[in-house]
Design a protein around this ligand. Structure first.
Ligand code: UDX
Ligand code: ADP
Length: 450
């Protein structure tokens, strides 16, 4: 087996992961391929205008591109050249037919598996990086090994990186998980992939399991995280009703070492490409196996999340005298969290849509996600996109802070207040601004869970 690696799919998972693998394995050639030529051209661009924004990523690409990291559209040639094939193609939630709205759409994965089989000129280790439903590896192995001239071993190596901290998560992972079949070939393949990570990850943090455990662990880990966010948001509603303060509750609950302080921040609900998709996948799996109560349990996590955005708009409605028509509301932040331009499943989009239904004049501002916002809300007429926060706020009746961009607390809020229509309202859904200071300036202030 040679040591060179190809990754099919140059997206959020493939790009950063392979960049770090190349950085930490200078003796291996790492080639990222994609059917999207424009995307590959961006990865190869001379001015490093790479297709995704991720802190620290461009520095890694500058260091390794052309040294041992390459981007190419030549899928065939590259698959032939490398014995280890990572697959990081997109697996969105299926929006048609069986399992619509719940199951993963596996057409890209299957197309990829078929091209690997078609192009292969020797045995290959195929590593799932995309999040896939449990037992996909088995299905893929069946496709790959059916009347095949070569042998294919499918491993599962789910990615736990979070956007915005991807490079750090990759360089210092809590754990790396690799699942492989319990056969002699499987063990050999597993060792080959363990080797890739052992170049920088302490061996005890590289956990190996069987393939199905690895596939299910990815869903379970994201479902647990999403469930924590929904749990604290469920408490937030109660806090608002009773006069408790959700940040205080979270601080004390999180001080119990069995619970821990992370992922207890109340807010507008979780977004991002993974949480909803993975929880829905889990729901679909439970239903498939007749575990209806478990399916309902996990579905509750999603329902709670949607409810959170509806609640934000309801509270705005009451606070703005039960009419929003023709009022101007500026959404501060459109990305699903800070430090990313990604807007997939962003709560801000749901809030923008709910506001548009009320005939609000919506203005969106975001330092990194304005182009994506324009694309995501293209069907809504009248939305204004404004990069400058001060201009976005001019004449507005309310500001709804949706994303916890670090510079928002440092804006000149007095200047913002002066330019707004009175009474001026700030709904800080991330609880990241200094509410006392805002009130002193003259703002009416709403928070989540207070
Ligand atoms: C997540 C997982 O963390 C990662 O391990 C997995 O591989 C992919 O999915 P990501 O979606 O990039 O990563 O972001 P994350 O930081 O986990 O946040 C997800 C969402 O939850 C964001 O919208 C965030 O604002 C929200 N969140 C997170 C909260 O509302 N409160 C919290 O306490 C934490
Ligand atoms: P993820 O977040 O899972 O990385 P992205 O959508 O960011 O998802 O990236 C997936 C990438 O996979 C896209 O750039 C897409 O063009 C690529 N892709 C999808 N299907 C194929 C395929 N059959 N062959 C090669 N690349 C593919």
């Amino acid at each position: 087996m040679n040591r060179d690696i190809v990754c099919i799919g140059a997206g959020y998972i493939g790009g950063p992961t392979m960049a770090v693998i190349a950085k930490m394995n200078p003796d291996r050639k790492v080639i990222v391929v994609d059917i999207n030529a424009e995307r590959i051209a961006a990865w190869n661009s001379e001015d490093y205008s790479i297709p995704i924004y991720e802190p620290g990523l461009v520095d890694v690409v500058k260091e390794v591109r052309g040294r041992n990291l390459f981007f190419s559209t030549d899928i065939k040639g590259t698959v032939q050249q490398c014995d280890i094939v990572f697959v990081g193609v997109n697996t969105p939630t299926k929006m048609f037919g069986r399992g619509s709205g719940r199951a993963s759409d596996l057409q890209y994965w299957e197309a990829t598996a078929r091209s690997i089989k078609e192009y292969a000129n020797g045995d290959k280790v195929v590593v799932e990086k995309s999040t896939l439903p449990v037992r996909t590896a088995a299905a893929m192995e069946a496709i790959l090994n059916d009347h095949a001239s070569y042998s294919f071993t499918v491993l599962s190596n789910p990615e736990f990186l979070a956007e915005g901290t991807a490079i750090k998560d990759l360089l210092e992972p809590d754990r790396v998980l690799i699942g492989g079949p319990e056969t002699e070939e499987g063990h050999r393949a597993l060792e080959a992939v363990v080797d890739v990570y052992a170049a920088w990850v302490p061996r005890e943090r590289i956990l190996t399991t069987n393939v199905w455990s690895a596939e299910l662990t990815k869903l379970a880990a994201n479902a647990f995280l999403a469930q924590r966010v929904s749990s604290i948001n469920a408490i937030a509603g109660l806090c608002e009703a009773t006069g408790a303060d959700v940040d205080e509750v979270a601080r004390v609950v999180g001080a119990d070492r069995r619970i821990g302080p992370k992922f207890l921040k109340a807010g507008p609900g979780f977004g991002g490409s993974c949480f909803k998709k993975d929880v829905l996948n889990l729901v679909y799996l439970c239903e498939t196996f007749g575990l209806h109560t478990a399916a309902e349990y996990w579905m509750g996590v999603i329902k709670m999340n949607q409810h959170q955005q509806e609640r934000i708009v309801s509270r705005l409605f009451s606070a703005m005298f039960n009419t929003l028509a023709n009022k101007k509301i500026a959404l501060f932040g459109f990305a699903f969290k800070a430090d990313t331009g990604d807007t997939r499943e962003t709560p801000a989009a749901t809030v923008a849509r709910l506001l548009a239904e009320e005939h609000v004049r919506v203005t969106v501002t975001d330092p990194k996600a304005l182009d994506n916002a324009r694309r995501d809300l293209a069907d809504l007429s009248g939305v204004v996109y404004e990069a400058d926060e001060y201009k976005a706020a001019e004449g507005a009746d309310a500001i709804v802070l949706m994303t916890d961009w670090r510079h928002y607390p440092t804006l000149d809020w007095r200047k913002i207040y002066d330019s707004m229509r009175k009474p001026a309202l700030v709904f800080d859904t991330r609880n990241c601004l200094d509410a006392a200071e805002l009130k002193q300036i003259g703002f009416r202030v709403l928070n989540v869970g207070k």
